[in-house]
Design a binder for this molecule. Structure first.
Ligand SMILES: Cc1ncc(COP(=O)(O)O)c(C=O)c1O
Length: 434
């Protein structure tokens, strides 16, 4: 099995966290997202202790809530004492709704509207991760209006290739995010921040990409950030207090992808970063990181019921499921790979190749091609592993398909964190009375 929280019971059913997933599908219906709560909190704890242990005091992980913005996960992050990274007023609202401590929130995003900035400043959000000069001026004006001085980190692009898929590489020189170091724009950005009265420059941020397995680009980014911090000290007399190295640790979706040892990777990056900083005469700085996928990704799976099985002789076998791109658009967007199995026949030999087609009227609505399964039958439960990140949070109502529920598993019990949407809820904004 891909993960150690997955087992097969005597009925041949797939179990997660010791619970029979076929039973859970019967109880809650399909499509269904299941999440292993203990695995999520375990990851939060690993990040928190590794960061304070290896990077030192004040260092903290901020859960990137874009991976799965769900109030229950935010409550877990709050209880575990880690921070949260939000990228919109909506994500900030979700955090506010669970009374998340504002001083542990980073407000991200490459295009924050004035209304969003006003809202976040009014709430007293801990840090803005500022993308560009115009935005910085808007933050300064909003803070001045509120009579506060707003902490900001500047997002800079270190021009590092993270060796990941192009669609999730974000630290290249021509990235849409932040301002590049090599062109000198990051220096001018810093100069501007230092000249504004109502922002307090606390440091610099970078995020080179997502689904990264190779430690070298993470160390390279740390080197570039240390060099940039030293340049800003030497050229502008500004000493950064905080360096944010972003998120991006990969999780294995298929057997051929390695499992990252989070603690060991942070240890290695921290050793490298601290050596680079001290070589440039810096004392200890706080380091932030923003893991999303590696906190929730492999804690989730999705169950679908197979509605139809279709064979086009000599060409293809299809299974049609009761979900697809509306609850998981990642294959349609990036041709993402997944491990799939039949949850109700998990012990059987997977010797037939299938294309998994979603329910939408859209040729691109697929979850995978050439997927090995036992010979599939109508009513079987298709399980897609590793759907905890960028699934529910990317879900849509295309074809008026309501979003599935999220059911959490903890201590041998299950509970609903997000209930199944009704048609009425899906159309709520189209009725006059809501
Ligand atoms: C700025 C920033 N931080 C953190 C993340 C989280 O990345 P991951 O889920 O790969 O850890 C992202 C993802 O897009 C991001 O853009």
């Amino acid at each position: 099995m891909l993960y150690d929280n997955l087992t097969i019971n005597e009925k041949g059913h797939l179990c997660m966290a010791g619970m029979d997933t076929a039973e859970l599908a019967r109880q809650y219906g399909t499509p269904l997202y299941l999440m292993d709560e203990e695995r999520i909190t375990g990851r939060m704890r690993t990040y928190k202790s590794a960061m304070s242990g290896y990077f030192g005091a004040g260092s903290l992980p901020f859960y990137a809530s874009k991976a799965l913005c769900c109030r229950r996960i935010l409550e877990l992050a709050k209880a575990e004492g880690i921070g949260v990274d939000v990228v919109s007023a909506g994500e900030l609202y979700a955090a506010e709704s669970v009374d998340f401590p504002m001083d542990r929130i980073c407000f991200h995003g490459s295009c924050k509207t004035k209304a969003e900035i006003d809202y976040a400043v009014r709430l007293g959000v801990g840090f803005f991760i500022c993308d560009n000069a115009e935005e910085l001026r808007r933050i300064d004006a909003a803070a001045a209006k509120c009579g506060v001085r707003q902490s900001v980190l500047l997002r800079v692009t270190p021009a590092i290739d993270p060796h990941t898929f192009a669609a999730v590489a974000t630290g290249l020189i021509d990235s849409k995010f932040g301002l590049p170091i090599p062109t000198g724009q990051a220096r001018e950005f810093t100069r501007l921040a230092l000249s504004l009265k109502s922002v307090v420059l606390r440091g610099f941020h970078c995020h080179i990409g997502s689904q990264i397995f190779d430690k070298q680009p993470l160390c390279d980014a740390a080197t570039v950030m240390a060099g940039f911090a030293a340049d800003m000290r030497d050229e502008l007399g500004y000493s950064a207090e905080i360096i944010d190295l972003g998120g991006g640790f990969g999780v294995p979706y298929v057997e051929s992808e390695p499992e990252i040892d989070i603690d060991d990777t942070i240890r290695l990056v921290a050793e490298h970063y601290k050596a680079e900083m001290s070589r440039r005469g810096f004392g200890e700085t706080a380091v932030f990181m923003e893991p999303g996928r590696s906190i929730v990704g492999d804690s989730g799976l999705t169950l679908y019921e197979i509605q139809d099985v279709k064979t086009i002789p000599g060409l293809k076998n299809y299974v049609a499921i009761d979900g697809g791109m509306t609850d998981d658009p990642r294959y349609a967007l990036y041709q993402s790979r997944y491990t799939m199995l039949l949850a109700n026949r998990a012990g059987e030999r997977a010797d037939t190749l299938y294309t998994v087609g979603g329910r939408c009227c859209e040729s691109g609505d697929m979850l995978g091609e050439d997927i090995s399964l036992p010979e599939a039958r109508v009513g079987d439960l298709l399980c897609v592993l590793t759907t905890g990140a960028y699934n529910y949070s990317m879900a849509s109502h295309y074809n008026c398909v309501p979003r599935p529920p999220i059911v959490m598993l903890r201590d041998g019990k299950s509970y609903t964190a997000v209930r199944r949407e009704s048609f009425r809820e899906m159309l709520a904004c189209q009725f006059d009375d809501t």
